[in-house]
Design a protein around this ligand. Structure first.
Ligand code: NAD
Length: 263
């Protein structure tokens, strides 16, 4: 199947590593031209070099802090200045801290909202005029399975990511007539370096090995394993493709069957 991504311009946020970088790689493999961002100049430059070496594709690295209005605007404006158009926006950022629901003060809530909800709103707002000029406009918001099924000790993620789904579904409803599609993807346990680090930390805290912690987690996943970043990226790339033109307003979990929600 030709995914009709050749020559398309994709802005993939927070892509120096992990899920964002995997999405950028998959899109480059399909012939898209890609802009990526993160906060650290050396890391985003290194990621761009890795991606070019793996695909021979066009990658434009941008330094931007997505917790600020200016950072979100800078990411989108620099992408358009460089490529002269924008077809696809993949919103993404780091994860908020974990902790019990009653342990966070107002500034922690403000920070989580900026990182995981407002960054999405700000990138989309800046990108909309350009996406409206594309005949294959796509917005794909990376959130978390926590938006469908709250995770223990992760209230900041549970609350802010549900907001992203509400925002994306509203856009799908109000702007579906423009031809742009708006969808959200909800990763479950996906084996990035961040998850490796988390397994190490949980193992230390519980006096177990990382393998034992992982076995406890995967026992609850119908697939009995964690996902790979390339499996996640393949789904996002399909949603960005010309073939997904009638998929709009979906909140799609990519979790090996972990979420037990009926909808
Ligand atoms: P990661 O830590 O490997 O990568 C996060 C990326 O975000 C990095 O490139 C980092 O530089 C960038 N980043 C962080 N804060 C930023 C900021 N303020 N401005 C710009 N860039 C910033 O994480 P990941 O595993 O790839 O996860 C990506 C997102 O998906 C996170 O929000 C995470 O919580 C969520 N998620 C991941 C999983 C999983 O299993 N990997 C599961 C559910 C949800």
């Amino acid at each position: 199947m030709d995914l009709q991504l050749h020559g398309r311009v994709a802005a993939v946020a927070a892509a120096s590593k992990g899920l964002g970088k995997a999405v950028a790689l998959a899109m480059l493999q399909e012939g898209a031209r890609v802009a990526i961002c993160s906060r650290d100049p050396a890391r985003i430059q290194a990621a761009a070099e890795d991606l070019r070496a793996a695909t021979n594709g066009e990658v434009f690295p941008i330094v931007a802090d997505l917790t600020t209005v200016e950072g979100c605007q800078h990411f989108i404006r620099s992408t358009v200045d460089h490529y002269d158009k924008l077809d696809i926006l993949v919103t993404n950022a780091g994860g908020p801290p974990s902790g019990p629901a009653d342990s966070f003060d107002d500034s922690a809530w403000q920070a989580a909202l900026a990182l995981n909800l407002l960054s999405t709103v700000r990138m989309v707002s800046e990108a909309l005029p350009y996406l409206k000029g594309s005949d294959q406009g796509r917005v794909i918001a990376i959130t978390s399975i926590s938006a469908k099924q709250p995770l223990n000790n992760l209230v900041l993620s549970n609350a802010t990511r549900a907001g992203v789904i509400g925002y994306i579904k509203t856009l799908a409803n109000e702007l579906g007539h423009t031809g742009i599609t708006f969808n959200a993807v909800l990763p479950g346990w996906t084996r990035t370096a961040r998850v490796d680090e988390l397994l190490q930390n949980l193992a230390k805290a519980r006096g177990l090995t990382p393998e034992q912690v992982e076995a406890g987690i995967t026992a609850a996943i119908p697939a009995r394993r964690m996902g790979r970043p390339d499996e996640f990226a393949a789904v996002v790339t399909f949603l960005a493709s010309g073939r997904a033109s009638y998929l709009n307003g979906v909140a799609l979990q990519i979790d090996g069957g972990l979420s037990q929600s009926l909808l």
